[in-house]
Design a protein around this ligand. Sequence first.
Ligand code: PLP
Length: 414
Amino acid sequence: PDRASVAYFGAGPSALPTSVLETAAASLINHNGSGLSLVEQSHRSALSGQILQNAKDSFLKIINATADTHTVLFMAGGGTLQFSAVVYNLFTAWALRNPERAQNGERGACEYLITGGWSSKAADEAKRLIGEENVNVVLDSRGYHHAGEAKKFGNIPDSGEWKNNLKAGKDSAFVYFCDNETVDGVEFPKGSPVDVLGEDPDRIIVADMSSNILSRTFDASKFGVVFAGAQKNVGSTGVTIVLLRNDILSLLASGGSLPPKLTPLIPVTPVMMHYPTISKAGSLYNTLPIFDVYIAGLTLTKLLQRDESGKTALEQQEAESDLKAKLIYDVLDKYENIYRVVPAKNVRSRMNICFRISAPGDEAKFIKGGEEIGLLGLKGHRSVGGIRISNYNAVGVDSVKKLVQYLEEYAKGI
Ligand code: PLP
């Protein structure tokens, strides 16, 4: 089939705008008439520098932040590298903030809200790197499944249930959450849990926004670190965007390499994860895949081009994301005797819509029927099964409408 006849709902790598791919395809052969492919150009050339700068500037503009307060890094290693990088850097940052307490053997707690498979993995990595005794699991939402399935994710309890498990900000290295759990289809409602975590200004908030970044507005000033692999809403696989608040970066940079007395009690951050090193090198400490940064930049520029009404580009994107998600959930709810949405209503993800079809064999039949009419990428993650519709930014309203029609027809045909 040709591209125009399929709609792709894969969870990541995911759909990209066709116009972005067309420009990137031309650049793969001959970038802007230079006679060279972009993948042949030095990452240190002026051209690569411009591509990087454009991507950083566009990103900051979209999220309504500036270089005065925030630094954008492009790093390799995916979201998964950030599971480790966050721990190394911020565990160290606590020691830099509290040198006397650190010398006396105290450590800042690395605190986690576990609401799905990805935050669970991130917490496991923290335990592996710095030991369970330094990790505080504030919440593990497996015990709160709305349909009573004890071991499964699918709900986020009210903050009253977990707030008291938080350490005081001065004793905490950071508190981490995953804004949208891609596998489980669970997303924090907008503004939450930052409203609660931010009550103590000493607390550094870290968010994994890999699968919902640029799908709604957020207040960057409230976060110490935000990271997102590009391969869902921003671009292609290969680069991860890391947004750092400058005061945290300065604190880390002030440490240089750690004071000798603290090592080896505090693990030394491997250089490719050391935020000040990557920042000082302008994301070019080593050979960065500039082609992937280019694709990200094209996608970001395209998103910015929407800005023509009174609303910002991201506000417009948010309205579209909400609309597409609503169209899908409405039909799932209409046929709730056939489709069972996995997560509880108030934490349903707008990006990864996970549901089950009850009778045995029905899910395979549904997926196959979809493929036959060009609706691709509907299979749920291998760890949980079921159906997952990923509704990222590049999925058009038309594609969603086609899918909604199929959901209607499938339900009626049963
Ligand atoms: N965090 C979230 C929310 C994800 O969805 C993923 C991947 O899908 C990751 C982290 C891991 O990202 P990567 O595969 O880029 O390491």
